[in-house]
Design a protein around this ligand. Structure first.
Ligand code: GLA
Length: 389
């Protein structure tokens, strides 16, 4: 689903809602996120540098008074109903939404039910955080029904908890946080420990951020993701035995890691090496952006992918193929997988004058090599989640 200018309006979303429900809905939107650099650092209390892409999940929501939640998903073409007294995971798409409702109820945001219509143009399982987008949009929608507000960081935390506890994906805070706090024409430099952040201007006249979807969705992504997190925690446990001050991989420097590397099992050492070096790359990327050194940023992006591929082992054949093709094309400063990995999208830094050729070449060469037709998305970084009024 990709909304054209004509149907990207409040009237359109209300009319879609009225195909399934009565009442006057309010409309909440949340964009997709692309992480420029900082892969798998967020749950290690490290640094990330995401931007937001102009593709949205839209939630139309109106109150009910019978303590029921009725959710229509346009993408799934399915209506599901829930009693608010018995909200349990079903192992399907609705868990992201119901999980947020449950977390908000536990925070004492009480309401008597809702009709919800979800319409998303963010590819599901594409590594652009369709899940965090729907979580944030629904959280804002429910808060509007309750007539209450919540601190933005707390909304991000509620959504993250829903994903951790209800969906069972041990994801970090990056996606929800940037979807709420992102700013037009800026990247967001976030310290995932303190949640301090800085908006970093992106000069996108000469450089474009081009996202390429491999169209591969890895079935085991959630379990492999949780396994990586457990390996990082094991690294922390081993480090702590030697240096008690270490509470997360964020606290480990490259120098310390090199000194202690022989005390770690091979796999744990590789995972730690990725996270520790990736945190350094994020810091260097912010510096490069502030000095308009896009070639330096591109090089760091390349190094990030290579480390995700070789040390963190979260890439796959199609992502590597897409990245290799991109790097062979003129005007490409950097290319890496974005998101959790095992499929989904790559993010590419491309000089504007080469973008048309890039799209043409990457589409045909990727299809030639894999038999899959990629999807390409380009946009200026947009602002965070909002109500369409
Ligand atoms: C997924 C998770 C994020 C983050 C990325 C990897 O998108 O939801 O929290 O860990 O993977 O950087």
């Amino acid at each position: 689903m990709n909304y054209s200018k004509e149907n990207n309006t409040k009237e359109y979303f209300i009319s879609e809602f009225h195909k399934h429900f009565d009442g006057t809905p309010r409309i909440f939107r949340a964009p997709a996120r692309i992480n420029l650099i900082g892969g798998h650092t967020d749950y290690n209390e490290g640094f990330v540098l995401p931007v937001l892409l102009e593709r949205y999940t839209t939630v139309a929501i109106a109150p009910r008074d019978d303590n029921e939640l009725h959710i229509w998903s346009e993408n799934m073409n399915e209506l599901l109903t829930f009693s608010m007294d018995n909200l349990k995971p079903r192992g399907i798409w609705s868990d992201y939404i119901v999980g947020v409702v449950k977390e908000l109820i536990e925070e004492n945001f009480l309401f008597s039910g809702a009709n919800v219509c979800i319409m998303s143009e963010i590819p599901i399982g594409g590594g652009l955080s369709s899940s965090a987008a729907v979580e944030v949009a629904i959280a804002n929608g429910i808060l509007s029904l309750v007539g209450d507000s919540m601190d933005k960081c707390d909304i991000a935390r509620v959504c993250q908890r829903a994903e951790n506890k209800f969906v069972g994906m041990q994801s970090g805070i990056m996606d929800q946080f940037v979807i709420i706090h992102g700013k037009e024409k800026h990247a967001l430099f976030l310290d995932c420990r303190s949640l301090e952040f800085e908006h970093i201007p992106l000069l996108t006249n000469n450089i474009r951020i081009v996202v390429c979807n491999t169209k591969i969705k890895h079935e085991l992504a959630a379990s492999a993701y949780n396994e990586r997190k457990a390996e990082c925690q094991e690294g922390v446990r081993l480090f702590k035995g030697i240096c008690p001050g270490i509470n997360a991989l964020r606290d480990v420097s490259l120098r310390r890691l090199t000194e202690l590397k022989n005390t770690l099992p091979e796999v744990i050492r590789k995972r730690c090496y990725h996270v520790v070096s990736e945190n350094e790359r994020v810091i260097k990327s912010v510096k490069a952006l502030k000095q308009n050194q896009y070639a330096v940023l591109g090089q760091l992006i390349n190094e990030s992918h290579d480390s995700l591929r070789d040390n963190y082992e979260v890439s796959c054949h199609e992502l590597n193929t897409m990245v290799d093709i991109a790097r062979s094309l003129p005007g490409v400063l950097g290319s890496r997988l974005t998101g959790g990995g095992f499929g989904g999208c790559t993010v590419n830094l491309v000089e504007s004058e080469h973008v048309d050729n890039f799209i043409r070449e990457i589409s045909s060469r990727y299809e030639e090599k894999t038999g899959l037709q990629p999807e390409i998305y380009i946009s200026e970084p947009v602002g965070g989640a909002y109500e369409l009024v």
